[in-house]
Write a protein that binds this ligand. Structure first.
Ligand code: NAD
Ligand code: UDP
Length: 348
């Protein structure tokens, strides 16, 4: 029997790619999403890309803070595990609106965990972030590094990790995998699904892609005076399809062994600067990306990349793609969908 997986936030960027990999891997997927930062067109496209497996996908527009709707869903469907992506993720907005972030991310997660517990579904994969390493004393980051957060978004990740550790301590029937993502970029190689942020993008590659299609005049490079190879910030960019496959590996681990509450870095282990990433994108797209050099962005760290040995050894997962493939697929998505899932007049 195919395992039935509940995917919260499955209409979003990472969620939609993971749902596709789930379907292709023979799982059934039930997506819930409030569509706050996504479009149901992504769900339709995932179903199309999945071909005959598309029939194993269903979608419910539900907000995690609406506990009654969650209860109703769990009372009518048995889930073998949950992958929990749903949450707000804009660092700057979280500083302006901390209560919104605590309400959405923390209350939403507590509702989900309570409903899971009361229906006896105790297997969870949660989207954490490398942001929980704060400004690390050294790189690469291992899972044992001390944790800290510099903004409300990061604190929601840290608190949810702690909540997960506490519920496992209180009830050893839970099996939980916390995945600390580094910097997901790129899109499905078909160019049919990808990242479609609302408003002005906060992250590097969505901004670069909007410059490339003529929606923004230039990329502002935040800081060129870091102690890095070329002065710009260094990150561990990971292809979103590799990241999605990491979730399938995590699920398999949950089904195969009694894991407790474990944490894994998902990255490539390689550090790439902003200028290197822009150069790779220019090469892949043939588009020139005009740059404006500016001051450091408050709260940014200088260099962050992962040690990925734990995921490689225990999940038998390793990223396959490099930055050239990431940029190739980002451009394929951007050039085919310059306005994401919307149209020129529905997007700014
Ligand atoms: P995304 O915004 O594209 O996807 C999140 C989805 O959750 C959206 O579709 C949104 O509509 C939905 N959502 C938000 N609040 C909800 C609620 N209360 N109820 C139901 N649905 C809700 O973001 P993403 O990039 O796909 O990120 C997925 C997860 O991974 C998030 O938890 C994010 O914090 C985490 N993460 C992302 C990155 C990154 O760089 N993209 C890095 C580390 C961690
Ligand atoms: N960055 C930039 N201009 C932008 C967005 C990001 O120079 O418009 C830089 C940022 O300072 C960091 C890197 O790109 O060094 C990755 O930033 P992103 O926001 O994508 O990820 P995070 O900072 O969360 O790792």
């Amino acid at each position: 029997m195919a395992k039935n997986i509940l995917v919260t936030g499955g209409a979003g960027y990472i969620g939609s790619h993971t749902v596709l990999q789930l379907l292709l891997g023979g799982f059934k997927a039930v997506v819930i999403d409030n569509l706050d930062n996504s479009s149901d067109i992504a769900i339709k496209r995932v179903a199309e890309l999945a071909g005959e497996f598309g029939k194993n996908l269903s979608f419910h527009q539900i907000d995690l803070r609406d506990k009654a709707s969650l209860e109703k869903l769990f009372s009518s469907t048995n889930f073998d595990a949950v992958i929990h992506f749903a949450g707000l993720k804009a660092v700057g907005e979280s500083v302006q609106k901390p209560l919104l972030y605590y309400n959405n991310n923390i209350i939403g997660t507590i509702n989900l965990l309570e409903v899971m517990a009361s229906y006896g579904c105790k297997k969870l994969v949660f989207s954490s972030s490398a942001t929980v390493y704060g400004w690390p004393k050294e790189v690469p980051c291992t899972e044992e590094f001390p944790l800290s957060a510099t903004n409300p978004y990061g604190r929601t990740k840290l608190f949810i990790e702690e909540i997960c550790r506490d519920i496992y301590r209180s009830d050893s029937e839970w099996s939980i995998i916390l995945l600390r993502y580094f910097n997901p970029v790129g899109a499905h190689p078909s160019g049919y699904i990808g990242e479609d942020p609302r408003g002005i993008p906060n992250n590097l590659m969505p901004f670069v892609q909007q410059v490339a299609v003529g929606r923004r005049p230039a990329l502002t490079v935040f800081g060129s005076d870091y102690s890095t190879k070329d002065g710009t910030g260094v990150r561990d960019y990971i292809h979103v399809v590799d990241l999605s496959d990491g979730h399938i590996a995590a699920l398999q681990k949950l089904f195969e062994s009694k894991i407790g509450c474990e944490v894994y870095n998902l990255g490539t282990g390689k550090g790439t600067s902003v200028l290197e990433m822009v150069a790779a994108f220019e090469k892949a797209s043939g588009q020139k990306i005009p740059l404006v050099m500016a001051a450091r962005r408050p709260g940014d760290v200088e260099t962050l990349y992962a040690l990925t040995d734990k995921a490689e050894n225990e999940l038998k997962w390793k990223a396959k793609y490099g930055i050239d493939e990431m940029c190739r697929d980002q451009w394929s998505w951007a050039s085919k969908n310059p306005y994401g899932y919307g149209s020129a007049d529905s997007t700014n």
